[in-house]
Design a protein. Structure first.
Length: 308
């Protein structure tokens, strides 16, 4: 299930997961027509998806409507992506209490409720992913409420990782840089592009590539065989990367080139695995993080994927 999946990054994530064989619950709050279009795009490509209405900031909606409906239509959940968010950009002195409530109700309370339900409902060895923002590590004017609300999400993930880890569930925060969505206002676009060495902002599909990787079965390195996917059940995806250690790792890459960086990293990692599989190889598996992509500079609008 992907929250806020009717447009932007959520839409790209839903379509990316479906392309890898997952049946997807496309959650939306008010954009029914847009959500139906996402479902149609997935089903026309041979996938399976359902539109699930519900406001994640409403405690009465998150449990009975969103999760119950998703499980009723798809079966037990194996992957949950907490993505829905809003942004109100203005100087701190201009914010109202209504702005505060709207922002924190959706971005913080909503994410809390989604993660709480996901931790209770996702099956063993499942995947939970929260979309935050790389802006929490930058100095940006006019984004105080948005960045404050997202900073809390980063901390939620660390706590849930400890709670859900014994069940083999991984939970990750993906923090994109400036990305081409409705949340990126025109006054930020030029500045955002200048901050990237590529002279452009990231695209939703590039962020979705990172999320799809983190939803794979082999990210934890538990050696479990990939289960056959049935049409009406969401399951962790086919292996798309090498085995990873269970310790905390950090993958940093520019949001504008996340897909290309991952492809290059995967190629190097597979070569590492082939060398380790050679008869002369001895000792334990090398942590593939050491052969991964070099961290992008903070000013390059990085996307951070924290693997717990």
């Amino acid at each position: 299930m992907v929250t806020g999946a009717s447009r932007g990054i959520g839409r790209a994530i839903a379509q990316g997961l479906a392309a890898r064989g997952a049946a997807v619950a496309v959650n939306y709050r008010s954009g029914k027509e847009a959500a139906d279009q996402v479902v149609q795009t997935i089903t026309s490509a041979g996938g399976h998806a359902v539109a699930v209405p519900g406001d994640i900031s409403d405690p009465n909606s998150i449990h009975p409507r969103i999760f119950d409906t998703a499980e009723s239509d798809l079966g037990p959940l194996d992957i949950v992506v907490s993505n829905a968010a809003i942004a109100i950009n203005k100087p701190l002195s201009d914010y109202t209490l209504d702005d505060y409530r709207a922002t924190f109700d959706t971005n913080t309370r909503g994410a809390f409720l989604v993660l709480q339900q996901a931790a209770a409902r996702v099956r063993d060895n499942g995947r939970i992913i929260a979309v935050s923002t790389g802006g929490t590590r930058l100095l940006l004017a006019g984004t105080t409420l948005y960045l404050g609300s997202k900073g809390a999400v980063d901390q939620f993930v660390r706590g849930v990782a400890m709670d859900a880890g014994p069940r083999g569930i991984t939970i990750n925060t993906v923090s994109p840089g400036f990305t081409n969505t409705d949340l990126l206002t025109d006054d930020f676009r030029a500045t955002a592009a200048d901050m990237s060495p590529f002279g452009r902002v990231g695209e939703p599909e590039e962020v979705a590539a990172v999320v799809t990787f983190l939803a794979s079965r082999r990210i934890l390195g538990d050696g479990a065989e990939h289960r056959h996917r049935r049409r009406r059940h969401v399951t962790p995806l086919d292996p798309v990367g090498p085995r990873r250690s269970k310790s905390l790792t950090v993958v940093e890459t520019d949001a504008a080139t996340a897909g290309a960086a991952f492809t290059a990293w995967l190629g190097r990692s597979r070569r590492t695995e082939r060398r380790q599989a050679a008869p002369a190889a001895t000792g334990s598996r090398t942590d593939v993080r050491r052969s991964g992509t070099a961290p992008a500079p903070w000013g390059a609008s990085p996307a951070h994927a924290h693997h717990c």
